[in-house]
Design a protein around this ligand. Structure first.
Ligand code: ARG
Length: 251
């Protein structure tokens, strides 16, 4: 009789436990929101040094190095998928990539979740030193380039009297500026400064068109994933790697 009671007690314990692990299994985690198990698929447009660019076919930049750091905190493999900048928001929303990392700046018109900021930015005017252009007001009647689908394109559209030319590729805009096909381009501050440093014929105008901050984006349905990303970003920003990478990329 005692033995039977014991067996019953053990059985109850086993049943009880399996019931509790079942409810735990039903609770969804941020990892469950990933498209592929143990992998964070990152949509990226490598035409924006020093955030991301291609060097001999290899992707380099602050964003690339930052993702290697976040990979450690998240404990999943980061996989990059190169795409045109203007398609990343849709790719995120269609579930083709988990996140977008591409020097994104917060823009309420983008129907996505934005992470906490990881860098300060601004939209600024990059022009030729000898252009005689000293402020946005001097751009009336001039051709201003901007990248399709960017906040820079929105800022350029606000410049009075300027005719805006859009391109899918930020590199091509700067080439067109150098070749005299455009009078100025609007890009993120750190990108403009990077071009100014590498080409003595270029200058960044002091007055920013709009102040911004850079963040990572994901779909509005992946709040748990965004919470995990924010935790990882907070750890990254407190680590030595953050300052090291800013110095490495001149940011
Ligand atoms: N910060 C701007 C935006 O969010 C431009 C980003 C462009 N990034 C790039 N990799 N081309 O719209």
């Amino acid at each position: 009789m005692k033995k039977i009671l014991k067996i019953a007690a053990v059985a109850a314990m086993v049943l009880g436990c399996s019931a509790c692990s079942q409810t735990q299994e039903e609770e969804i985690s941020w990892q469950d929101q990933l498209i592929e198990e143990n992998t964070l698929i990152v949509g990226i447009s490598p035409d924006y040094p020093p955030y991301e660019s291609l060097e001999n076919g290899e992707m380099v930049g602050f964003d690339v190095d930052m993702m290697a750091e976040l990979e450690k905190y998240l404990g999943v493999n980061v996989e990059f998928e190169q795409m045109t900048f203007s398609t990343i928001v849709d790719a995120v929303n269609l579930g083709q990539v988990d996140v977008g990392v591409s020097g994104f700046t917060y823009d309420p018109e983008r129907q996505v979740l934005f992470s906490d900021p990881y860098l300060e930015s601004a939209q600024v005017i990059l022009t030729k030193k000898d252009s005689g252009i000293e402020s946005a007001a001097d751009l009336s009647g001039k051709v201003v380039g901007a990248q399709l689908g960017t906040t820079g394109a929105d800022a350029a559209a606000e410049i009075e009297g300027a005719s805006v030319e859009l391109n899918q590729d930020a590199n091509i805009l700067v080439e067109a500026l150098k070749a005299g096909q455009m009078d100025a381009v609007v890009v993120d501050l750190l990108v403009a400064q990077n071009y100014e440093e590498s080409d003595s014929s270029l200058v960044v105008l002091d007055e920013p068109l709009v102040d911004e901050e850079n963040g990572i984006i994901c779909s509005t349905s992946n709040e748990l994933l965004m919470d995990a990303l924010n935790d990882a970003i907070a750890q990254f920003k407190e680590s030595d790697a953050y300052e090291e990478l800013k110095t490495k990329w001149g940011m």
